[in-house]
Each structure stands twice: as C-alpha cells, then as structure tokens.
Design a binder for this molecule. Structure first.
Ligand SMILES: [Zn+2]
Length: 333
C-alpha cells in the first residue's frame, strides 16, 4: 500500500503524478499474487533457420534440411536384434524408445567451380508424415537459388533421397542441374515391372522424380572422380547401386555416407543389425562394417544424411562396432 497523506492533499500537478504512479504500481502488483507475471515479450514460437554452413578446405558446405523423418516404432525398422536390446540401447542414449526420428541432412558443396547438392529429400511424398518436404524452404533460408545448383548427386533412388527433384506439378525444380546416380539404382527403381510389388510407392516416386530429368541423368562408376573433387565408392546392400562419396578440397576429404548407416547409435553400436528398408540386408551389413571400418581407421570425417542435425562428425571403433562423435557446430565461418 502507498502512504495515504494525512495532511490536506497538495493537488499540484507534480504530486498528482506521483500519486498516480503509486496507484499504478499497486494495481499492477496486486494481481501478480494470484496470476503469473507476463514476460516482457510473447514466446517467439518459431525455430531458427534450418541450414548450417562451414568451410572445408577451399570449399564451402551448406547443409540444408528436408525436415525430420519419423520412422516410428524401432521394432518395425531395426531387425535381427531382440526388441529389449534396441530399447536398452535407445534408453542408455536418452533417446525416445517408441519413435525413432531421422534427420535429412543435405550438404550443398560450393567447390568454387561448381555448386553440388547431395540427395534431395522426400519432396511431395507424405509417406512419413508432414514434417518432410522442407528442402525449398531451407534453400531459401540459406540464400541458395535452385537455378544455381550445377549438379545433384544421389546416393540411391529411395523415396527420401530422390523425392525433391521435381515439384508437385512434376516439373524439375533445379533447371540447370545434371543428376548423378548409379545405373543399377536407376534401372531397379524405375522398373515398371515392380509396380505390383510392395515397393510400389517407392517405384512410383522414383519414376515421378527421375523420368522428367532422364536426359540430364549421368551414371558414375565405382572409384570414378566424376565431378571435380567428388569420387564414388560403391556401397551396395541398402539398394543394389547405393553409393557413398568422398568429397576432397585442398587435400582434405570428408565422406558423404548416404544411407550406409541410418542411426547414430543402433547401426553403429551393432553394425550387423538389419534395416527393414535394405534391398539386401545381409550385404548391407557387410558393406556397413567394411566401409565404417575404413572411415574410422583413416579418421575421415563423415557427413551423414540421417544422423542428428547437422550430421557432420567423426567415427571411431568402439567395442564390436563404432561410435559417432558429432563435430561441435562452428558459428563463425
Ligand atoms: Zn534414407
């Protein structure tokens, strides 16, 4: 309470103002005893832009996202290991045991002479829900124009990697880009003969995205440096022509791993575990063990499509498998 003057009030302008201030303070203070005080500003309600940029050798890498891809219950996707073991691995790593969420990290490398994008996200497909299909928005947040992309390099022709090549209307979104893919994957995933099989949605989406750019598709070969500083390494199993890429600039290399491993814990701690979406799960596991071992032993940094945002880090051998060490984000270029 403010002090009630006992003497006759002095009604000068100055004292009225002082009195008013006191009244205002009291009226505002009183309700705060029963309702929480309001912050000076409302909650922002928006997340920061979905891109991350870093220098690598003489190149500049901008990772953009197509948005999170929820796989759902891990028992539907990660096979060959008892359910309790998968739950235990997720629990020990403070991860949701009921819903495994993968990121879709798309690195765009500016080599100085070319702007090269690796994989393209789900595009218009809502097979994994509404959080995917964000590539266009992320590109604009990163200040990258679709017409400036010189090349799109696809690790394989699965729905979440080739889905962003065309828009809703079926028209190519990157008018000046050549599209690189393995010939084996192109043939497998555009095969109309498989439209009656459980792969139907994948075949349809691959055809929707690849056929309109058929004239611009080029095939790389295992071991070939098909773009300056970009070398293909065959990594079959996840799909018949699945490929990972060594990206080299000024004597430094990192590996874009595509879907060599989908999860930073499950398929690293136990790389022999099988993944439901593998075309040949046994071959996929062998490839994973061999190539992850090579990357760990040579201490080659990795860029992973599905690891936690933004997906850049290092691998080391640990126990019967591997451990991923995310590189701290550097917010100064
Ligand atoms: Zn994938």
């Amino acid at each position: 309470m403010f002090n009630v003057p006992t003497r006759k009030p002095d009604l000068s302008r100055r004292s009225l103002l002082a009195l008013g201030g006191g009244l205002a303070a009291t009226t505002l203070a009183a309700p705060s005893l029963i309702t929480p005080a309001l912050a000076r500003a409302p909650k922002a309600g928006v997340q920061s832009p979905y891109f991350y940029r870093f220098a690598f050798g003489d190149a500049e890498v901008s990772v953009v996202s197509d948005g999170p891809l929820p796989l759902g219950d891990p028992s539907g996707a990660f096979l060959g290991v008892p359910k309790e073991e998968v739950t235990g691995m997720l629990t020990r790593n403070f991860l949701d045991t009921k819903n495994v969420v993968l990121e879709q990290n798309i690195p765009i490398v500016n080599t100085g002479s070319k702007l090269i994008m690796f994989d393209t996200g789900m595009g218009t497909s809502q097979l994994f829900g509404p959080t995917t299909g964000r590539l266009g928005k992320s590109l604009s947040e990163a200040g990258i124009k679709p017409e400036d992309i010189d090349a799109i390099v696809c690790s394989h022709a699965h729905i979440d990697h080739i889905g962003g090549i065309v828009g809703k209307d079926g028209k190519p979104l990157f008018p000046n880009a050549e599209v690189w893919l393995s010939e084996a994957d192109f043939k497998f995933w555009t095969d109309e003969g498989k439209l009656g099989s459980p792969l139907k949605a994948f075949i349809e989406h691959a055809r929707k995205n690849l056929m309109p750019v058929r004239e611009r598709i080029k095939f790389f070969k295992d071991g070939e440096e098909f773009l300056p500083g970009v070398t293909a390494i065959a990594a079959p199993g996840h799909t018949v022509g699945h490929t990972i890429f060594m990206v080299t600039s000024a004597g430094k290399s990192f590996c874009f791993m595509g879907d060599l491993t989908h999860h930073q814990v499950l398929l690293l701690e136990k790389p022999a575990m099988e993944f439901a979406y593998d075309t040949d799960p046994k071959q996929s596991a062998q490839t994973r063990i061999k190539l992850l071992g090579m990357l760990a032993d040579k201490q080659i940094p990795v860029m992973s499509y599905h690891f936690p945002w933004p997906g850049f880090g290092n691998l080391a051998r640990a126990g019967e498998g591997f451990r991923y060490y995310a590189e701290p984000m550097k917010m100064l270029l």
